[in-house]
Design a protein around this ligand. Structure first.
Ligand SMILES: Nc1ncnc2c1ncn2[C@@H]1O[C@H](COP(=O)(O)OP(=O)(O)OP(=O)(O)O)[C@@H](O)[C@H]1O
Length: 254
């Protein structure tokens, strides 16, 4: 192999031997049972699996929103378990962006103010050129002075996407970003996420139930019973659906 082909892709985020146990004794649940997975930089990765398989837990622990019982979670080379609360809070504002199912916009702020809120809170100045391009990408230029309640669900989620990318984060974590949207608005948001990855080299990690949404990703990782059971490159909705069907009644069949 040549030097070029052996060069490893940079990893934007990863978990190693991740175990997450909720409760104890009779109520103990092993939501993650020894998961090691990397999310390569500059790629759009979807996390899929049956209900209760640990998708949200994996995303929350990988993003530093929750802590692992054992194992490690890293953003770039930074081990999250080594950070105190203050540095974790800073991390959440800087190299990481979030998009949630429920949009989570501030109703009293305008679209423009919502987009720059994380940077305003961090006392940082937004990069004007980047923001300008972002506002065009999400198609919100004529809505900048509106309040969230004056926008459709799809438009509100596009504001949340712009907010997530505004600080030029290394990684954006999205938890069911199309869960509250009709299929057309959902499709627009997914295309936006894909464009943000492929045009700007950002990394997106998305939890979804929807094979059509997962097909927008470059790769799908599959969880079952808190374990990583498969990965699929260049997914299509049909192949993802077929893979999910294999879980039905068979647990973590691979
Ligand atoms: N805070 C909690 N306390 C106790 N158990 C929890 C908690 N959060 C999650 N769990 C349990 O951990 C397991 C994994 O949950 P998780 O939400 O990560 O799964 P998921 O794959 O995202 O599910 P879904 O697709 O239904 O959202 C489930 O059995 C769930 O009941």
């Amino acid at each position: 192999m040549t030097a070029t082909t052996t060069t490893r892709t940079r990893t934007a985020a990863r978990v190693v031997d991740a175990v997450k146990v909720y409760g104890n004794g009779d109520t103990e649940v092993r939501a993650l049972d020894g998961v090691s997975v990397d999310f390569p930089a500059g790629r759009f990765t979807a996390i899929m699996g049956p209900s209760g398989s640990g998708k949200s837990t994996l995303m929350h622990c990988a993003a530093g929103l929750d802590t692992l019982t054992s194992g490690s979670a890293l953003i770039g080379d930074t081990d999250l378990s080594a950070l105190d609360d203050r540095r974790l809070t800073l991390l959440r504002r800087e190299p990481i962006g979030f998009v949630f199912q429920a949009f989570n916009l501030i109703p009293t702020l305008t679209v423009a103010e919502n987009i720059t809120l994380p940077m305003d809170l961090a006392g940082e100045r937004a990069d004007g050129e980047w923001l300008d391009a972002l506002i065009d990408t999400v198609g919100l230029r004529d809505r900048l002075h509106h309040r969230p309640s004056e926008l459709s669900g799809g438009q509100q989620q596009r504001v949340a996407v712009a907010r997530a990318f505004a600080g030029r984060p290394d990684v954006v974590f999205a938890d069911e970003p199309t869960g509250n949207l009709d299929s057309r608005s959902g499709e627009e948001v997914l295309r936006l996420l894909g464009r943000a990855v492929h045009q700007t080299g950002r990394t997106v990690v998305m939890v979804t139930h929807d094979p059509v949404a997962a097909a927008h990703a470059d790769e799908v990782v599959f969880l079952a019973d808190g374990r990583l059971v498969d990965r699929m490159e260049a997914p299509t909705a049909e192949r993802v659906l077929d893979r999910l069907k294999a879980f039905d009644g068979k647990g973590a069949a691979t």
